[in-house]
Design a protein around this ligand. Structure first.
Ligand SMILES: [Zn+2]
Length: 161
């Protein structure tokens, strides 16, 4: 990021406390007005080589020239405005392809055919993040994975290398 605008505008008796991120590509050498993604307050900034030369100064009633790339509220956990949120953040064309959005694949077996430890569901006794520090009783915990593993062994699909 070239810089941020931490918006402190009072809204409903509370400061807005939204951090608006100004990415170097758009704002490195730039003069103009940019909005806060949360409350819409318009700020004038003048940036030279990534440094805030003037501003941010509030410009009430004026329209922004550009929107921030991304904004979040660090004091409220993970609340954020991702790139491409209409009317809040700058349009963003580089969104991942459809199959890269959504859920991660759960993998039961490694490339050599051995069961991996991350398979769910893991019982609470697994400890932090299902880590099973010393022993992982796959037969008891995931009988269906164990069954599949036995079949893989029979079919000689399990390799050491
Ligand atoms: Zn704001």
């Amino acid at each position: 990021m070239a810089d941020i605008i931490w918006c402190k505008k009072e809204k409903g008796g509370k400061p807005c406390n939204t951090v608006n991120y100004l990415d170097p590509y758009c704002f490195w050498n730039w003069e103009g007005k940019v909005n806060c993604a949360e409350c819409g307050t318009v700020y004038y900034i003048y940036m030279i080589q990534g440094h805030m030369y003037k501003g941010p100064e509030e410009r009430p009633g004026e329209k922004p020239d550009k929107m921030p790339l991304y904004a979040d509220k660090p004091l409220e956990g993970y609340v954020n405005y991702r790139p491409g949120t209409a009317g809040k953040t700058a349009p963003f064309e580089c969104i991942p392809r459809h199959f890269l959005l959504g859920k991660a694949d759960m993998v039961k077996f490694s490339i050599r055919g051995r069961p991996v430890r991350g398979w769910r569901p893991q019982p609470p006794s697994a400890g932090i993040a299902g880590s099973f520090p010393y022993k992982w009783d796959i037969q008891k915990l995931s009988p269906e994975v164990w069954q599949e593993y036995q079949e893989k062994l029979k079919k000689r699909e399990v390799k050491d290398w």
